[in-house]
Design a protein. Structure first.
Length: 326
């Protein structure tokens, strides 16, 4: 039996309505695979081997069928007895730990790199998780991105604002739309924004030209093994907001990919595949690539619901083929 281990946050904390990892767990269970879960705290290095405490994960039958929170009982999942194992007993590891991307996350990738070196596939590739900062990675595709600058000194950031007038400033390690600021022409808080985000010149940040197309949505395009899913989720900001992130209150509306979306996915997808990033979310505003999410991309459940898809199943099918999982 195929055994898949998911590195995730505590199961009880997962969002029953939206969590994308649950769609992947369901897809694996529907294939008759054994699913285990563990957290960052469960790693240990013993006898020159990466090990972890795994617990088998079982979903309630009704919830498993439809992933419908309304049909989920109070105890919608079950966990088996903890067992410390080396990863030779596992056929595939899915790294689905939510950020923050802190040192504990980095340490987890060190463990997982050893796991991969010993023959167990890890999705996404642990080295690429470290290398591909979700905002900086987009700079490898300048033909797809809006004008931008990355700096910690105030001068290039101020110069960029003077040139473009309406600019979005954001930290390189942010998530969910936190600490994203829009500075319009003659914004009296411009220097304060830069001082705070750079911590007075101690941290690199990104500035991008503001894209007015954000009112039509910040599109999340999911990419499986280099190929885009046929629909994107446009995350439309609330009135008076310039952030479309669902965590910031944006509304998710599914849309077919445009020709420009396909062009961007066609540029980014092969590089993702080359780096072993087999499940990613690329973010597009208007005609421009703004971010490439590789750590724990979401929006699976929303697209599944709106277009009767099974993206988790599509992913598991591709991984089964790629890694000869039987």
């Amino acid at each position: 039996m195929v055994h898949v281990a998911f590195l995730i946050d505590p199961v009880a904390t997962l969002n029953l309505k939206k969590d994308s990892t649950l769609a992947m767990v369901r897809a694996a269970l529907r294939r008759g695979w054994r699913v285990s879960c563990f957290g960052q705290a469960d790693f240990a290095w013993r006898n020159d081997t990466p090990r972890a405490v795994l617990r088998e994960l079982i979903l309630d039958a009704g919830f498993l069928e439809a992933l419908d929170p309304e049909r989920a009982p109070a105890q919608w999942y079950g966990l088996g007895a903890p067992e410390e194992v080396d990863f030779s007993t596992v056929d595939l590891v899915m790294m689905r730990k939510d950020p923050p991307f802190d040192m504990e996350y980095i340490y987890a990738t060190y463990f997982l790199e050893h796991v991969k070196a010993r023959g167990t596939p890890v999705v996404n590739d642990p080295r690429s998780l470290r290398d591909c900062n979700e905002k900086f990675f987009a700079t490898w595709f300048p033909e797809c991105t809006p004008p931008l600058v990355i700096a910690r000194r105030a001068e290039p950031l101020l110069d960029f604002h003077a040139e473009h007038g309406d600019v979005v400033f954001k930290p390189l390690d942010g998530m969910g739309g936190t600490n994203i600021f829009r500075a319009r022409p003659d914004d009296p808080n411009l220097r304060v924004i830069i001082e705070n985000l750079t911590e007075l010149g101690r941290r690199q940040i990104m500035a991008q030209r503001y894209l007015p197309e954000i009112v039509e949505g910040d599109k999340r395009i999911l990419v499986i093994d280099g190929e885009p899913v046929e629909y994107a989720l446009a995350r439309i900001p609330q009135q008076g907001e310039s952030r479309g992130n669902l965590a910031a209150g944006g509304a998710g509306v599914g849309r077919p990919l445009t020709d420009r979306d396909r062009y961007i996915a066609g540029r980014v997808g092969p590089e993702l595949k080359r780096r072993g990033i087999l499940f990613a979310g690329i973010d597009v505003i208007g005609d421009y690539l703004t971010e490439i999410n590789v750590t724990c991309p979401t929006c699976v459940r929303e697209l599944d619901a709106q277009f009767s898809l099974d993206i988790g199943g599509m992913l598991m099918d591709r991984l089964a083929e790629r890694f000869a999982l039987r």
